[in-house]
Design a binder for this molecule. Structure first.
Ligand SMILES: Nc1ncnc2c1ncn2[C@@H]1O[C@H](COP(=O)(O)OP(=O)(O)OP(=O)(O)O)[C@@H](O)[C@H]1O
Ligand SMILES: [Zn+2]
Length: 646
């Protein structure tokens, strides 16, 4: 008889994450088994063999999956549980597909894309060659690929994947959002057979089938998918690529609140594989850490295509109203550039990072403003549905025809959203095909679904939020317009300036990628803000130098680790009282930390609750982990390494 520590995929006890079971068979680490906990049937993962215990144990009921999870993935899972102070079962739920023990009819895993095109032979640019040499030169570990927009990072990834395949090793490519999978899959399939795609639109059964195909594969595989694709159970992982690694979507917002960059670095180290972090605008904290830890940085400064012409860029000061004679938020310059592009039957992209029609709705007579009754934030107008809705909790209500306070009929809507831009442009250019992409876009009209129309130039004007800012390589695109570049700067967050810079540099990088001439018009109320001027010139190094100096002065990442604690109560008084109490306790417990707050959270009222927050900084992460034991078990949420303090 053998005895094993088995870790269940559901929380049995908050203070224990594995239990002993017996088995007649020898079971390797990572075997997925069925176990009984009390009277409940559960799924568990075999961690290791142990000596016969003094107490009675139950037998393992059965083996669920023929192949065990790769031991490297099991080790990474246990690291995640400790590093993010999250119960092991919660980590398993994140890593494993749901419904593992369900019997399923065999289905054809449709996810793989097999292209019949002739495989293209690559001719690399000099900078691509140097980058590949850096990657080859590394035994295992992380490489930062800092390549400007259009420098040809994709081809570097593809070549690195090919080299891994030659060594019989698998690769995982992570994309920041589903919108970019079509393009990447098309490019990869032109060079490689059998690319496997995973995404959240697949059904549970489809995902399970893809997962089974991967875990049972003797041959190396190539997988493209979002953050969660990192947990595909590949046996010989040679390479992980994180494309657009600066994107916030690589941090999961629910528990375990993990960073895919951090987890990928642990996972590839376990596998003795390589991790490529690719971006034109890496997070300043990541860049600083890479330099400090001697991580190789491959820099590509030039566009990959020959004879590329930089776009002609115009910056419009929105406070100078003489440029707004035709429209109140679209400048004459922007409208003229757009008309010129469209008259040549070329494509234009208009970027604005606010969705909806208008940000505020108010009464001109008494000043009443429509707000969410549960969150106390202004309601956004969605004119197409004749609704006002809360972008935090989704509360929605009809648009009032008169003021609920003074009964006056002068209700006005202020602020610009993508739906409003869409309406205005359709009015100005009635014969042009316009497509809007943001979180209100329905599932059939996403960038991914309409990728062919975008690529072929059938869509004349592309309007959208951050989904259209990065990664897209569209051959017919000739013009980029930014409606209000400073829109994100007002957010009281340590990373607002960085996010504004990244978005601007990325969206401008959608043009200037080939030998045709292109135009960019950027409008802003703060044309001299450094995030805007550096974004405009795509000057990463100047932005980096200034920002890293500010972070050091104000003691923010990478110079301190952060822990965000949020206290949630039904009444404001309770939220204030309890957050003060905890702040005092923490101050008494540790003297190596800096405590900010308690303050009302940015979203102070959320879904009928009051939220106060404490942000704790420390030069040592362990210090922050140690504080978690003082956190009351209810009414508090915590997040380590938050990317945003909002
Ligand atoms: N060696 C090469 N020779 C010619 N063209 C190339 C070469 N490498 C890449 N390209 C082309 O250059 C364009 C830009 O490449 P790619 O999309 O990979 O850029 P990127 O670095 O990923 O940019 P972004 O950061 O904007 O996503 C593509 O159209 C690609 O086909
Ligand atoms: Zn709300």
């Amino acid at each position: 008889m053998h005895y094993y520590l088995v870790s269940p995929t559901r929380i049995v006890r908050s203070d224990a994450d594995s239990f002993t079971y017996s088995s007649e068979d020898r079971l390797p680490t990572g075997t997925i088994v069925a176990i009984e906990i009390g009277k409940i049937n559960a799924v568990g993962i075999v961690l290791q063999e142990v000596r016969k215990p003094d107490f009675e144990v139950k037998p393992i009921s059965k083996i669920i999956e023929d192949y065990p999870l790769p031991i490297e993935l099991v080790q990474t899972a246990s690291w995640m549980s400790k590093y993010y102070a999250t119960h092991q079962a919660t980590v398993w739920q994140t890593i494993l597909p749901s419904g593992l023990s369900k019997k399923r009819r065999p289905i054809n895993p449709t996810a793989s894309v097999n292209s019949t095109e002739n495989r293209i032979k690559n001719v690399f640019t000099d900078e691509q060659k140097v980058a590949l040499k850096t990657i080859d030169g590394l035994n295992y570990g992380t490489i930062l690929l800092h390549g400007v927009t259009g420098s040809g990072k994709t081809l570097v990834y593809i070549e690195a994947v090919k080299r891994a395949l030659e060594e019989e090793r698998s690769s995982i490519i992570l994309v920041p959002e589903i919108a970019l999978t079509s393009q990447l899959v098309a490019e990869f399939s032109a060079h490689l057979p059998n690319v496997i795609v995973t995404h959240s639109k697949q059904t549970e059964a489809q995902r399970h089938a893809v997962w089974k195909r991967i875990i049972g594969s003797n041959d190396p595989v190539v997988i493209i998918g979002p953050r969660s694709a990192l947990f595909a159970p590949v046996q010989q992982l040679g390479l992980v690529v994180i494309d657009e690694c600066h994107e916030p979507s690589f941090k999961q917002e629910q528990s375990p609140r993990y960073s895919a960059l951090r987890v990928a670095s642990i996972l590839t180290n376990q596998h003795r594989g390589k991790l490529i972090l690719g971006s034109a605008t890496p997070a300043v904290a990541d860049y600083y850490i890479a330099k400090k830890s001697n991580t190789p940085i491959a820099t590509m400064k030039k566009p990959a295509r020959p004879n590329t012409i930089r776009p002609h860029i115009t910056l419009i000061d929105m406070t100078k109203r003489n440029n707004f004679t035709q429209h109140h938020f679209l400048s004459d310059t922007l409208i003229e550039s757009l008309s010129k592009t469209l008259s040549k039957n070329k494509q234009a992209l208009i970027f604005h990072n606010r969705r909806g029609t208008a940000a505020t709705t108010l009464c001109e007579n008494c000043g009443w403003q429509a707000g969410c009754p549960r969150c106390f934030v202004p309601l956004t107008l969605h004119a197409d549905h004749h609704k006002l809705s809360c972008h935090i909790c989704n509360f929605s209500t009809k648009v009032p025809t008169s003021c609920p306070e003074c009964k006056n009929a002068n209700i006005i809507h202020k602020g610009i959203g993508t739906k409003r831009i869409e309406n205005e442009l359709q009015r100005l250019f009635p014969n042009k095909k316009i497509a809007r992409f943001d979180r209100d876009t329905d599932a059939k009209s996403t960038v991914d679904e309409r990728y062919d129309e975008l690529k072929n130039g059938e869509i004349d004007i592309i309007i959208g939020t951050q989904v259209i800012a990065k990664g897209l390589d569209l051959p017919h695109l000739r013009m980029v317009g930014v409606v209000q570049a400073d829109a994100g700067l007002a957010l009281p967050d340590y990373s607002s300036a960085e996010r504004t810079f990244q978005l601007l540099a990325q969206v401008i990088g959608r043009v200037g990628r080939s030998s045709v001439s292109t135009e960019v018009v950027v409008q802003s109320y703060q044309p001299n803000h450094p995030s805007i001027t550096n974004g405009l010139s795509q000057d990463y190094s100047e932005f980096y130098d200034r920002t890293i100096g500010q972070r050091q002065k104000t003691n923010f990442p990478p110079f301190a680790y952060l822990l965000k604690l949020t206290c949630i109560y039904k009444t404001e008084a309770a939220a204030i009282k309890n957050s003060k109490k905890l702040a005092d306790l923490l101050k008494a417990k540790s003297n190596n930390i800096e405590i900010l707050g308690p303050t009302p959270a940015f979203y102070e009222r959320l879904r009928d609750t009051y939220r106060w927050q404490i942000v704790i900084k420390s030069p040592r992460r362990q210090e922050l982990l140690d504080l978690l034991e003082f956190l009351p078990s209810t009414h508090w949420q915590y997040e380590l390494d938050p990317v945003s303090l909002l």
